[in-house]
Design a protein around this ligand. Structure first.
Ligand code: SAM
Length: 373
């Protein structure tokens, strides 16, 4: 049997999951239906590791990725690396120190190790925020991957392009080490903003004059499901259209719904800066790790009363509430089996989810990465 990356090709791919958090990458691998063995996960955060262990029955290696050596990594005999390193060095809200930010060091270090490996990965997948693609860390990554004989294809995609009413554009790098290659090598070294390549409609791809793929994304936006399909509380439109709020007695646990209503002092102070959505909306904003701690720019708030006229109703009357962690994980397209251990507080749940990713986007990207021409 032919060998690839030191392993017989028929064996499942051996995967390392760096910066594993609560396991968004692992859920994406599962969703993509890939033949893999998850060999090890790595994360420094105790609480994230509790959640990962609770759901997957395996506790990630708890330590700083920066301390891993080439010998450590060779020992895993892994041929696929999945990485979602910290995004703070590249976010618009941050100082944008990029590689000079201490939080970028572990990713740079792991990249620098690649040329020293006896068994370098055959495939590599990186997720980060939009802004990473213009950073010096990105430049360094491209340089190392090219020198190590990788072909790359890059994407910026959002769940909205996959039928999920959730705006969370993210940067993705897919890399394959020669002689392994992509199904559509004509897109090597390109940054693509449309998902046609991934959803099996290659025949409809065409290239415009400026070299960009022409998109059917607008059509996909129209096919997004309404937000109500992702709600755990009050997902009946009738109830809302009758002008009634979701009364606590429609919930299995009255007190649990109460904690999600937005206090009126916050509405008075921040109302004009809030992103407000309705159960029938087909878009909501990215939930960040500060959701529930701050209201401005951290994620959408949901109306629980359907007003007669949407533009003339005061915000108070809309009885705004936060999306619950279950609802945020639904919008991340996590499986319904996903849950938090009881000791994780509400704020911690939002923080961990805010750091995670959309499996609706990552699963088709991984499927494409693993496909052979
Ligand atoms: C952007 S989040 C990735 C979240 C993950 N993809 C998920 O689905 O939850 C980055 C993760 O990297 C971890 N991390 C940051 N720096 C690290 C380091 N030097 N060593 C190990 N883990 C680190 C953080 O604890 C955090 O969980």
């Amino acid at each position: 049997m032919e060998e690839e990356g030191g392993l017989p090709a028929k064996q499942p791919w051996r995967v390392l999951e760096f910066y594993s958090g609560i396991g968004g990458m692992r859920y994406s691998v599962m969703k993509a239906g890939l033949q893999t063995e998850m060999v090890e996960a790595f994360d420094i955060n105790d609480l994230a590791n509790d959640v990962y262990e609770h759901n997957f029955g395996h506790r990630p290696f708890q330590g700083n990725i920066q301390t891993l050596t080439a010998a450590d990594l060779d020992r895993y005999c892994a041929n696929v690396w999945l990485l979602s390193p910290p995004c703070q060095p590249y976010t618009r809200q941050g100082l944008q120190k990029q590689s000079a930010d201490a939080r970028a060091s572990s990713f740079l270090r792991i990249l620098e190790i690649i040329p020293q490996l006896m068994l370098p990965p055959v495939m590599l997948f990186v997720e980060n925020v939009v802004g990473f693609e213009t950073s010096d860390t990105h430049q360094k990554m491209v340089q190392i991957l090219e020198e190590s004989q990788f072909e790359m294809q890059e994407f910026i995609l959002s769940p909205l392009q996959f039928g999920v009413p959730y705006s969370r554009p993210r940067y993705f790098c897919l890399a394959k080490r020669k002689p392994s290659s992509f199904c559509n090598p004509e897109f090597n070294r390109q940054l693509l903003h449309v998902p046609e390549l991934l959803v099996g409609c290659n025949e409809s791809i065409s290239i415009s004059e400026n070299g960009q793929l022409t998109s059917t994304s607008d059509k996909m936006l129209q096919t997004c499901l309404p937000i109500e399909r992702f709600l755990e509380f009050g997902n009946s439109m009738n109830q809302v259209e009758n002008g009634t709020s979701f009364p606590p007695d429609t919930c299995s646990d009255e007190s649990s719904l109460k904690q999600y209503f937005v206090p009126s002092n916050l509405i008075e102070r921040w109302g004009s800066a809030m992103d407000i959505v309705y159960p029938d909306s087909k878009r909501c904003c990215c939930f960040t790790k500060s959701y529930y701690r701050y209201v401005k720019g951290t994620g959408s708030l949901l109306t629980t009363v359907m007003p007669k006229t949407r533009d003339k109703t005061s915000l108070e009357e809309l009885c705004l509430r936060y999306f619950t962690p279950r609802e945020v994980s639904n919008l991340h397209s996590f499986p319904k089996e996903f849950e938090f251990p009881e000791h994780v507080t509400l704020r911690q749940r939002y923080a961990l989810l805010g750091n995670s990713l959309s499996t609706a986007v990552v699963a088709p990207l991984l499927h494409y990465l693993f496909s052979e021409p």
